[in-house]
Design a protein around this ligand. Structure first.
Ligand SMILES: *[C@@H]1O[C@H](CO)[C@@H](O)[C@H](O)[C@H]1NC(C)=O
Length: 161
C-alpha cells in the first residue's frame, strides 16, 4: 500500500575503508519534515511506527534538536551545525528556480565524515538548492544521491514506516 506522506531524507554514512580501525559505527541520520513530537510510536502509543521505533530505540534520538520554521533552513542547519541566520537560509524554502543554495563554502557533516573514511550516501529530498553543479549533494560531501532536489517525495510505501 502506498500513502501520501511527509518528506524523508536518509543520510547513510558507512565506514568502508580498511583504514577505518577501532570499529567506528555506521551512521544513519533520518530527517522527516513536518513530523510532530507525538507523531511517532515511541512518543505516542496511538501511532504505529514499529520500524521507526526500533531504529530510534537502537540509536540516538536528537530530542533537544531545534529546527527552522520550514525544511530548507532545518536541512542546512543539520548538515552544517550552523544557524540558519549564518547560512542566509532564513527566508523560507529555496524555490525551484531560485539561484540559491546551501552556501558552497560551508562544510557539511558528510564532508567531515569523509575525512574519516566514511562512505556517504543521501536518499530522499535535498531541497538545499540545485541551480549549479557545486550545490548538488554529490558536491557537498555525498558519494551518491538518490532522490529529488526539490520539495516533496509524493509517495513512499507504508511498509517503510
Ligand atoms: C497521539 O496520536 C493520536 C492519533 O493520531 C492523537 O489523536 C493524539 O492527539 C496523540 N497524542 C498526543 C499527546 O499528541
Amino acid at each position: 500500500m502506498w500513502i501520501a506522506t511527509k518528506s524523508v531524507t536518509l543520510l547513510l554514512i558507512f565506514c568502508t575503508n580498511v583504514s577505518c580501525n577501532d570499529n567506528p559505527p555506521n551512521i544513519v541520520f533520518i530527517m522527516m519534515d513536518d513530523v510532530g513530537w507525538n507523531d511517532v510510536g515511541y512518543h505516542n502509543s496511538s501511532i504505529s511506527t514499529p520500524h521507526m521505533d526500533t531504529i530510534a530505540n537502537d540509536g540516538v534520538k536528537l530530542e533537544s534538536y531545534y529546527v527552522g520554521h520550514v525544511c530548507t533552513p532545518t536541512r542546512g542547519m543539520f548538515l552544517t551545525g550552523k544557524h540558519m541566520i549564518n547560512l542566509r537560509l532564513y527566508n523560507g524554502i529555496i524555490g525551484g528556480h531560485d539561484p540559491k543554495c546551501l552556501p558552497v563554502n560551508e562544510v557539511t557533516v558528510a564532508q567531515k565524515l569523509r575525512e574519516y573514511n566514511y562512505a556517504t550516501h543521501a536518499i530522499g529530498k535535498w531541497h538545499l538548492g540545485y541551480y549549479k553543479e557545486e550545490c548538488l549533494p554529490i558536491n557537498r560531501g555525498f558519494d551518491t544521491f538518490f532522490g529529488k532536489y526539490y520539495r516533496s517525495i509524493e509517495r513512499i510505501p507504508q511498509s517503510m514506516y
